[in-house]
Design a binder for this molecule. Structure first.
Ligand SMILES: *Cc1c(COP(=O)(O)O)cnc(C)c1O
Length: 332
């Protein structure tokens, strides 16, 4: 039995799982399903809220009244934290990578609307972001406040619980649908979603294999990051878990020019799925992972998803990141 830690229920759960009826017709033997984690909430849309349910519970256990976290200018994770902070009456301080843009749009607009305080660090200064977080924590203490630090993407041994819990939900979905997919596919960026799904499916004895498409870094990075976080999780929560059984499968080749930079094929893919199914992907995460999944399925037995009859794609959100890149769509 899994010994769960404290959690605050913040997400709209369970999220639906839907079959891509029309899109799947291009494959002879494969049906694609979407786990609709973009529907975890309107403002808090996406995967980060599942992890934050555990991180914020931990913050409150430690009597913290302030949340500090960090990410890119259009970070979905920072936006989710800003929204949840406002909802729970906690102050939020964000450390964002880059210069303050002239136009506040997408996720960043929402950060400001929710009253988050924002500090910007240039790319060159970014390696010092955790030092700045420590300084801000010290400043809070001097003001009689207490701040909890959540690392990039809430991907640490606390946030890991989010997608362990989500695996339980998927397990129930598969029972209800009388369908056990060969693969569960996700985008991976800071590694916590991938890690949680790997640990969760293993703990629950699910047969589906987790396959991630990296949208930053490389497969070696995720191998190391996930093993490290799982070790910390085992220690912190005194969990029995045989990490030698973990299969960390990260498929490279679909990152493109870099994190947050997508080529025309990604924008075309987003437009196509919107047109055929009315489902919106984003150019930073889900658009790239979905594109990679389709390309691997098209390779058949030679691809990373060989023998796939049913594939479940985790829609991890990201809608608000579409708008700051709207000029890249090729619309007639
Ligand atoms: C953060 C994010 C991811 C990646 O999840 P990680 O747990 O950070 O690897 C995927 N999709 C979207 C939309 C995200 O915001």
């Amino acid at each position: 039995m899994i010994k769960w830690p404290a959690r605050i229920e913040l997400a709209q759960l369970p999220t639906p799982i839907t079959k891509l009826e029309r899109f799947s017709q291009r494959f002879k033997d494969t049906t694609i399903w979407i786990k609709r984690d973009e529907l975890t909430g309107t403002e808090v849309s996406g995967n980060k809220i599942r992890k934050l349910e555990y991180c914020i519970a931990e913050a409150q256990n430690q009597s913290c009244d302030t949340l500090i976290t960090c990410g890119g200018i259009q970070s979905n994770h920072c936006r989710a934290t800003a929204v949840l902070g406002a909802r729970l009456g906690m102050k939020v301080h964000l450390i964002l990578r880059g210069e303050k843009p002239d136009v506040l749009e997408g996720n960043l607009l929402m950060d400001y609307l929710c009253g988050a305080e924002v500090s910007y660090l240039s790319q060159a200064q970014w390696s010092g972001h955790e030092d700045l977080a420590s300084e801000l924590q010290a400043r809070c203490v001097s003001q009689g406040k207490k701040a909890f630090f959540i690392p990039v993407g809430a991907s640490d041994e606390v946030g890991l619980w989010g997608y362990i819990k989500a695996s339980e939900e998927l397990n129930q979905d598969f029972l209800d649908l009388k369908m056990e997919p060969e693969y569960i596919v996700t985008a991976t960026g800071s590694g916590g979603t991938q890690a949680g799904l790997i640990v969760g499916t293993e703990l629950l004895g699910m047969r589906s294999q987790v396959v991630a498409f990296n949208v930053s870094d490389d497969a070696a990075y995720f191998e190391k990051k996930i093993r490290g976080d799982v070790m910390l999780w085992k220690q912190r929560y005194n969990q029995e878990f045989d990490e030698s059984k973990m299969k960390i499968k990260t498929v490279e080749g679909y990152l493109g020019a870099g994190y947050g930079v997508a080529g025309p094929e990604i924008f075309d893919g987003i437009a196509e799925l919107a047109r055929i199914e009315g489902i919106f992907l984003d150019p930073v995460y889900t658009g790239k992972a979905f594109h990679g999944m389709v390309a691997e399925l098209e390779k058949g037995d030679a691809g990373a998803l060989s023998g796939a009859k049913n594939v479940v794609f985790i829609h991890t959100g990201g809608l608000f990141g579409v708008f700051p890149q709207q000029q890249n769509f090729r619309l007639a």
